[in-house]
Design a protein around this ligand. Sequence first.
Ligand SMILES: [Zn+2]
Length: 413
Amino acid sequence: MAIRNRLYPAPRQQPLLREHCAHARRVWNLAVEQQSWWWPGRGSAPNAVERYRQLAEARKAEAWLGAGSSSVQQQALRDFDRAMATFLDPANAAGRPGYRSSRGSQGFAVRDTKVRRINRRWGEVYVPKGGWIRFRWSRPLPEKLGTARVTCDRAGRWHVSFPAPQRPVARQRTGKMTGIDRGVATALVTSDGQHYRAPRVSSREAARYLALQRRLARQGKGSRRRERTRQAMAVVAARVADRRRDWAEKLSTRLVRDNDVIVLENLNIAGMTRKPASKPDPARPGSFLPNRARAKAGLSRGILASAWGVLSRRITDKGEASGVQVIFVDPRFTSQQCHACGHTDAASRDSQAVFACVWCGHQDHADRNAALNILARGLTLTVGELVPAHAAGHSAPCPHQPAPAAAGTTQAA
Ligand SMILES: [Zn+2]
């Protein structure tokens, strides 16, 4: 977790920040390169101490690097060491630290952060060689500042973030449990029948993005114009990402506040298997909608998928901090299984919206049926822990007797 505030470097400060980013990237990439030469049996890989010595040498050899801040460069090595340690930790699924491109988002870290407040809205953070840089004090900072991270996203916006523990959500035990299904159309549906829409790409945004994408394809590699197009695409993507982040923040707070147990699909198992088939063209039977429609669908699908990723991460973080149990279950066949009788059959799912069991005739909203199955799977994993909730007199709904909730109610989150 980190507290992230928007940073507003003055125009004269920006080149130096960019240089810090470039140095941090260069040092990181050198470390990646060096690590890639090593393989088992070739003796030990260079350790941290050895690398710091090499960094000192590189600073002597490359005037450009030598002129930069050694603190920023050393911090990049520390970042790499940490990434390597995470990669080698069998309990962690993190991948091997790879090369960083000058195209992605950029950043560097500042140790022993110094911050001063200017007024209620603005503060300043000290960056080596760059001096004090203004940031918007929009979120309260942690007491201990630790290592701050300065980043520049692809849309050219700067942020400064400070590591901080997740604050618990203000809540009381509710005795409520919910299962959440990733709907194809509505982002998510809870087992009590609530539908939540993720922020969408507007048609205007999609049209602009696709037009830029086509322009990019025509432009020469490495040209200035191409770079400008790329930047414009990043601006559109950033706007959508902001809405998505905001949505995930609000909705995760609400779900954690209202439920003692939240059951989610385990994404690692499901992967991104829910690919909608190409859409038949209603005007011309037997043919499919043109590429452009598919491209737009692809765009929104990607955004929906990442909205889900952000949301489930935020639910996990906030749940952990607030004493809410968050359980991940295998989602396979949850959409084809009847919640009433347990019969699993693809034929029961004859439309996107309706579940009608071919075995017992049970009918429900398809996503809610899936959400109930997800909840039930989660509960089988926690049966022991649910007893105290009943004993304490909380009205926990039985997994097989869903609380009567209006299916299909839609809430803007
Ligand atoms: Zn059934």
